[in-house]
Design a protein around this ligand. Structure first.
Ligand code: AMP
Ligand code: MG
Length: 417
């Protein structure tokens, strides 16, 4: 039996990021950028107007007020997308639209609200400062600058920026294909009717969903019976994948044969059993060099083990630098006890209220109580050396899902419903 931290270190040591692939930017959300993105032109490419109004020489508007306007000759009309043809001389102005290039000679824009057009002339009612309402060339993006660095996770803002730079295809880290296999003679698939001694293989679906949640691609291998031949055949089918995960068959029962597979020629078992609850029977090894996680069969154990070990491994393969769920310190609202020597991951509900987090357990914690996961939005992480924590004490909480980030009533909206 090895400690959680040691198990994690051993797993991650052997995981290398996958190669890159070129994809369309609209498919790149959540992916990790595989190249530095450099600007090949200034954006904006030319000085342009931030307002609808008049391009002027600022000195011509000096001292102008509503009572004593400056009067200028309007020599040109410049809509957005049109190249100015005339240079602005002293005493002249050009009508200009937002986004249109600033004509030569002009060095400020007076907004239309501060002007009045009379025939071919314009009255300017306010003095302009030099550079006023001009968006300067390169003020967003400067040619030659690295705008998005390799390793960054792509969000909508990055996609907008890539589009601004004219990049429709980019290099990103590949997504691992993760083979998902359930083992057990008692299992049937979801569309079969279970006899009273059978159960539906919920792990096949929970694990596949966890894979998808990481941004990886599940390869569903189905259910293997608790016989060497069937297990071997199913594991063989999994060899196309970048990672293999199985559930069940790693305990000490007569039919727990997954560990045997890891002992076959060409395969390897790095460790078996981790000092944690739930999830102690985890077996980790490799098959033809492909990392193989033998997760425990109990639905909660399988999900908790996935969270602690498989998720960071998948994220590392995808090129992520941040591999772990966020954690916060929260005030415990009930007394909890645990086993010494094991790290416990107690399913809990955490909330943020009046500047602090509070957390309580979801109740029954058996490793077959999948409801404990359904109700949970966090794990209360209880260290190995502790045997009890009292209500009011502070504990470390691993935030599990995105529900913490959404709320019906944010501070910045008065009347949110
Ligand atoms: P095992 O580790 O194979 O002894 O499995 C432990 C328990 O987990 C079994 O008795 C089943 O009740 C449950 N179990 C195993 N595999 C699955 C699965 N794929 N889906 C749901 N429950 C499972
Ligand atoms: Mg089994």
């Amino acid at each position: 039996m090895i400690p959680v931290e040691k198990a994690l270190a051993q797993i991650l040591k052997g995981i290398k990021p996958l190669g890159t692939e070129k994809i369309n930017i609209l498919n790149a959300l959540g992916r990790v950028l595989g190249e530095d993105i450099t600007a090949h032109r200034n954006i904006p490419p030319k000085d342009n107007s931030a307002m609808d109004g008049y391009a002027v020489r600022w000195e011509d508007t000096r001292g102008a007020t509503r009572k004593k306007p400056a009067v200028l000759d309007v020599v040109e009309d410049i809509p957005a997308g049109r190249i100015p043809e005339k240079a602005i001389q002293t005493g002249e102005a050009a009508r200009i639209m937002t986004g249109a290039p600033i004509p030569e000679g002009a060095d400020a824009v007076v907004r239309v609200e501060d002007s009045e057009k009379i025939g071919s002339r314009v009255k300017i009612f306010a003095a302009a400062e030099k550079g006023q309402d001009i968006r300067f060339a390169g003020e967003d993006v400067r040619e030659g600058e690295t705008i998005i660095a390799k390793g960054k996770v792509i969000r909508p803002a990055e996609i907008g920026m890539l589009a601004e730079l004219g990049r429709s295809f980019i290099s990103v880290r590949q997504r691992p294909l993760v083979a998902v296999l359930s083992t057990g003679d008692e299992l049937v698939d979801i569309d079969q009717f279970p006899s009273p001694w059978q159960i539906i293989s919920s792990n096949s679906y929970a694990m596949a969903a966890q894979v998808i949640d990481c941004g990886a691609v599940p390869l569903q291998i189905g259910i293997a019976r608790d016989r060497r031949k069937d297990l071997l055949a199913k594991f063989q089918a999994a060899l196309r994948a970048d990672i293999i995960i199985s559930s069940g068959g790693v305990s000490v029962g007569d039919y727990d044969l997954v560990k045997d597979i890891m002992h076959k020629v060409g395969n390897r078992m790095h460790f078996w059993q981790v000092a944690m609850r739930p999830g102690k029977p985890l077996a980790y090894g490799s098959m033809n060099g492909i990392p193989l996680f033998g997760l425990p069969g109990n639905p909660v154990s399988s999900m908790v083990s996935f969270e602690q070990f498989v998720r960071p491994a998948i994220l590392k393969m995808m090129g992520h630098r941040n591999l772990y769920r966020k954690s916060v310190r929260a005030v415990l609202e009930e007394d909890l006890t645990k086993m010494k020597g094991f790290r416990h991951f107690i399913r809990g509900t955490v909330q943020y209220d009046k500047g602090r987090y509070t957390v309580s357990s979801t109740g029954k914690q058996g490793s077959g109580i999948l409801q404990s996961m359904v109700r949970a939005n966090c794990f209360i992480v209880m260290p190995e050396n502790v045997i009890s924590v009292r209500a009011g004490e502070t504990v470390s909480v691993q935030l599990l899902d995105h529900s913490m980030e959404l709320t019906a009533k944010p501070d910045y909206l008065q009347a949110a419903s």
